[in-house]
Design a binder for this molecule. Structure first.
Ligand code: Z2T
Length: 829
């Protein structure tokens, strides 16, 4: 039989052409074949979208090839694997990124030209995969790119939402949300695995059964849903390694409800089956508020259960003893969203694999690591006990048992300090009992990570102080990073070419530390000349986009000043808008001569507000109201423009960030855990105007205080300033601009009242009034620097040169070495 199989394999192999060829002629043939047989259009007549479809299918074939090889190689090598568990991934578009990472962009460009198409035009046909909210989700995407590029044996797990983050449409200056049914036009980047399915159970009861004289808890579930795997290949750059992002979709289970079918209620039972699919239907659009919604909890458990079944099955294929689990598997919790994994792994090990509780707990504690992305305790996830108990009765028991053991251990360590015990308890007592997911994650994880140095300090001193005192060795930080492949190579090709030319190598694309080499040319006038041209090209692209979106014509000589990120009170877009009003007011009050000295600005704001976040929505409306006033004031002309960029997402960011001169990061110190937008701007030679918050502190460490515009209260001052509250001095200019809004200078007087109230003296939690003075000073410093082009240029070059530390490659390497203890596993060519 073995001989027979060998002969069959040999014949199969001889039938294959070997690897797909990447010369332009072969690519053309492949594309045309996909036009004809995949897209099913005639190769003599197909439009840009159909060309995009065929093109992406030819890229997909090449991805699959490498993805198979990587998988087989890792399976054979049996290294310790990392599983990155996240409910959100903001992948954006895939075409350019894939072609670049595969290293065949020139060949494709040529192939398409010969067919009469332009690569860039086809790339524009692709919609974003927006399966996430903001920074946390885009960070996951950057980290997947780094894991693949650095050859780590890692997989990502997530949910395949059918509706991604809502599309933002602005009507009359107000945000409206529209569903993002992104799969409408097909998704060539995923591979449906109809045979990789698992049953996920919900509800029911827990029964005790006797097994060989021992009592065992058995969960008798009430509802079953099926999880189907969709695999998304993630190619590394400069390597054959292509890792997997496995996303789960919910389908009705094939376990028929015989009762219903017999009683003749056929139609209703089909309708009921269909409800299963709602579990993975839609992404929750609130980036940090958590309401105990049943559907959300179902999503989380659906994700956790399917992923762990898959992971345990793969482990058992290669290993027979669960003692080996911590040496072969690292499970990473991206925030608390997947932290039901802890209860689930205990259930699997104890109830299904019949390990003793202590043994199982010991294994669990060696397997999990955890990253938290938030600062404030109110942002931490809680699940009402009642909800959990009805949906997952066995898990609730397990959580109670974990907590009981933890409390016993804690009493031994700290005595009967009941305040502290109740603060640290996984179960929050009160009118509604809750499970504190962060406490659970900390108790079970061997490492708790912050996302910047300052963030970790805050965790130690405030948010998780009690836990830090108990287990100081668990607490670490890994400063976030972003991938230079997406944020320079894909989004800013002209800067990419310029950097490679002056460094004399493309090696920085895999090793961002090499960007420091740009410092050697910081005074070279030829280099300056080319640098200036690159920025100009990108500003032109952005200006065209702005005109197309909003009809506003902007001057390329103006400073492009950008704030793009989710709208939040703590991120202080309102401070920016009030600053713009102040600028407008100043210009209005100037005479002709003074106006000549004004540095022209194009202020650009973009971002989505959570649908239920009223104040954030008012900030968006205020931005539009102010823009309307300023942009229609012919007396002001090009001295000041304000534009709101609608529907800010990954692909819009790729266009906006390279075109920015200045970017703003205004969070009240101590509120932004890290911030990653700033890093993308740095990589694109854009200067920062920022508070000393999150990772900005480390950016300053890296490139010095004279390379950015810093302002605002320091984190140590914030608590005291809040206490002073009502007696705080606020600059006159602040009171004046606020008055203008209140008095209806921009219309909508009543509507803006509650917004103004949030920053009134005594009520100004985020300290806009206090920081306004130093904000204006920083803005003035930026104006001053902008009119000294040589100085600005130096700062811009040094920003890119110093951005290497903020590559996600560095972040991932730190995680691999210090937290996950995994080694690269490079697939041979
Ligand atoms: C999010 O994007 C972030 C934190 C959250 O806390 C939730 C979401 Cl959706 C629960 C952001 C942080 O605000 C930001 O500072 C950080 O850079 C980013 O996560 C990635 O760590």
């Amino acid at each position: 039989a073995v001989g027979e199989r060998g002969a069959k394999a040999e014949r199969m192999f001889s039938l294959m052409d070997g690897f797909l060829k990447n010369d332009p002629l072969s690519l053309q043939k492949d594309i045309l074949n996909h036009v004809e047989y995949t897209v099913a259009r005639s190769r003599f007549s197909f439009d840009d979208f159909e060309a995009y479809q065929a093109l992406s299918h030819s890229v997909r074939d090449r991805l699959i090839e490498r993805w198979h090889d990587t998988h087989i190689y890792v399976k054979r090598t049996k290294p310790k694997r990392l599983y990155f568990l996240s409910l959100e991934f903001l992948m954006g578009r895939s075409l350019s990124n894939s072609v670049i990472n595969l290293g065949i962009q020139d060949q494709y460009a040529e192939a398409l030209n010969q067919l009469g198409f332009e690569f860039e035009v086809l790339a524009e046909q692709e919609g974003d995969a927006a399966l996430g909210n903001g920074g946390l989700a885009r960070l996951s995407a950057c980290q997947m790119d780094s894991l693949a590029t650095l050859d780590y044996p890692a997989w990502g797990y997530g949910l395949r939402y059918e509706y991604g983050l809502f599309r933002q449409v602005i009507v009359d200056g107000f945000q409206h949300e529209q569903p993002d049914y992104w799969l409408n036009f097909g998704n060539p980047w995923e591979i449906e695995r109809i045979h990789v399915t698992y049953e996920v159970k919900f509800y029911g009861t827990v029964e005790e059964v006797d097994m060989n004289g021992e009592k065992h808890k058995v969960w008798v579930p009430g509802e079953t849903v099926e999880a189907v795997a969709y695999d998304n290949p993630i190619p590394g750059y400069g390597t054959r390694n292509t890792i997997n992002l496995r996303l789960w979709a919910a389908k009705p289970s094939n376990q028929f409800d015989l009762e219903a079918y017999n009683t003749g209620d056929y139609i209703n039972s089909v309708v009921n089956r269909q409800r299963a699919e709602t579990i993975s239907n839609v992404l929750y659009p609130d980036d940090r508020s958590h309401q105990g919604k049943e559907l959300r909890l179902k999503q989380q458990y659906f994700f956790v259960s399917a992923s762990l079944q898959d992971i345990i099955r793969r482990f058992k294929e290669a290993h027979s003893n669960f003692d080996e689990l911590p040496d072969k598997v690292a499970l990473h919790l991206n925030d608390t969203h997947p932290s039901l994994s802890i209860a689930e792994i205990m259930r699997i090990l104890v109830d299904e694999e019949h390990l003793g509780w202590n043994k199982a707990w010991d294994i669990a504690c060696k397997v999990f690591s955890f990253t938290t992305h938030t600062v404030v305790a109110e942002g931490l996830e809680k699940i009402p006990v009642d909800l959990l108990g009805s949906l997952l009765p066995r898990h609730l028991q397990i959580l109670y048992e974990i907590n009981f053991n933890f409390m016993e251990e804690l009493k031994k360590r700290i005595g009967l300090d009941y305040n502290r015990l109740s603060r640290m308890s996984i179960v929050e007592e009160g009118a509604v009992k809750n499970i504190r997911m962060a406490n659970l994650s900390i108790v079970c994880s061997h490492t708790v990570n912050g996302v910047s140095k300052l963030h970790l300090d805050t965790l130690k001193m405030r948010t998780f102080k009690d836990f830090y005192e108990l287990w100081p060795e668990k607490f670490q930080f890994k400063t976030n990073g972003v991938t230079q492949r997406r944020w320079i190579v894909v989004s800013n090709p002209s800067l990419c070419a310029l950097i490679s030319k002056w460094l004399g190598t493309e090696a920085w694309i895999r090793n961002a530390d090499l960007l420091t080499g740009l410092r050697d040319h910081v005074d070279n006038t030829d280099f300056h000349q080319e640098w200036r041209m690159v920025k100009k090209v990108n500003k032109m692209r952005l200006a065209e986009y702005i005109e197309a979106m909003s009809g506003v014509k902007v001057s390329l000589d103006a400073m492009f000043d950008v704030q793009v990120k989710r709208i939040h009170e703590y991120k202080r877009q309102l401070l920016n808008i009030l600053g713009i009003i102040h600028r407008y007011d100043c210009i209005k009050n100037m005479d002709k001569n003074d106006r000549k000295k004004v540095v022209p600005r194009v202020c650009i704001i973009g971002g989505k507000a959570a649908p239920g976040y009223e104040i954030a929505k008012k900030i968006i409306k205020l931005c539009h109201a102010v823009a309307e006033k300023i942009n229609n004031d012919t007396d002001i002309g090009d001295l000041l423009k304000l534009v709101f960029i609608p529907d800010y997402n990954v692909s819009v960011a790729e266009l906006v960030i390279p075109g920015a001169d200045l970017s703003q990061h205004l969070s009240t110190a101590g509120h932004e855990a890290s911030g990653t937008g700033s890093m993308k701007f740095l990589m694109n030679g854009c200067l920062l105007l920022a508070t000393a918050d999150g990772s900005t502190v480390e950016i300053i460490e890296e490139m010095g205080l004279d390379n950015l515009f810093l302002f605002g209260a320091k984190v140590q001052e914030v608590a005291e300033l809040r206490e002073k509250g009502p007696t705080l001095k606020v600059p006159l200019q602040f009171a004046r601009v606020l008055r203008m809004v209140r008095d209806g200078y921009f219309g909508h007087k009543d509507y803006f009242k509650s917004l103004c109230d949030t920053v009134e003296i005594g009520n100004d939690f985020y300290l806009l009034g206090h920081d306004f003075g130093s904000y204006l000073e920083a803005q003035a410093a930026a104006d001053k620097a902008f009119v000294e082009p040589e100085k600005w240029m130096r700062m811009s070059i040094l920003s890119v040169a110093g951005s290497g530390r903020f590559s996600s490659d560095r972040t991932i390497q730190e995680y691999a070495e210090r937290t996950w203890k995994i080694d690269p596993c490079r697939c041979p060519l």
